[in-house]
Design a protein around this ligand. Structure first.
Ligand SMILES: C[S@@+](CC[C@H](N)C(=O)[O-])C[C@H]1O[C@@H](n2cnc3c(N)ncnc32)[C@H](O)[C@@H]1O
Length: 189
């Protein structure tokens, strides 16, 4: 089935939880206008818009919703985010490449924010009317909808292993877990 991952992008009325947690966690020594951020896989762009309103120099990229990929590749950023992007990508190689791409756009000394759906949600959602769950392997669950969308649920080990690979084995010590499935990774200066 064709993966229509863009259909997973929701309208947001406030800053997403991963971005709110990241901004509370990160040092904020310079004026916001000097902090360049990129929301990679920004969907409808609501986080980017909110970050702009908050004073950040904010950019967004989404293969479906934006068309300015060239310009976002021309620079590197203080903070790059992948918010609920990796979990909608069905192909494991594409997941890794997307994470590598996001990491490559972080400046030395900058940060990558990664948020994925977490395996513990499977338990809380199991009582609700959801599409049929499929067990992938011992590491996780996923579901596919009739609309052609896909959702994968990661456990800690799985997402941390992927981040380790994408960052050339920086090591798990460099990953700050803000909440299950929400991480900040700092790039060395
Ligand atoms: C669940 S939405 C999240 C959107 C936004 N980050 C948010 O939290 O509101 C997932 C988004 O990932 C985008 N996406 C899918 N594959 C991607 C890829 N390889 N690189 C970047 N974005 C991708 C989709 O187009 C979709 O808009």
């Amino acid at each position: 089935m064709e993966n229509k991952s863009h259909l997973t992008a929701i309208k947001r009325n406030r800053l997403s939880k991963p971005w709110a947690l990241a901004l509370a966690y990160l040092p904020n020594e310079c004026p916001r206008a000097q902090v360049m951020v990129l929301d990679y896989g920004c969907g409808r762009g609501d986080d980017r818009e909110r970050l702009t309103q908050m004073g950040y120099d904010a950019y967004g990229y989404d293969p479906h919703y934006t068309v300015n990929e060239h310009s976002i590749h021309d620079r590197i950023y203080d903070i790059v985010s992948l918010v609920y992007v990796l979990n909608v990508i069905q192909n494991p190689q594409e997941r890794l490449e997307t994470l590598q791409k996001g990491w490559s756009l972080v400046r030395p000394g900058g940060h990558l924010l990664v948020a994925v759906r977490h395996a513990k949600e499977v338990v809380s959602a199991s009582g609700k009317k959801e599409p049929p769950w499929e067990r992938l392997d011992e590491s996780g669950w996923c579901y596919r909808t009739s609309r052609g969308t896909y959702q994968k649920f990661f456990n800690n080990h799985e997402i941390e292993y992927l981040m380790d690979n994408a960052t050339d084995h920086l090591g798990e010590g460099h990953f700050s877990r803000l909440k299950p499935g929400i991480y900040i990774i700092k790039k060395e200066d």
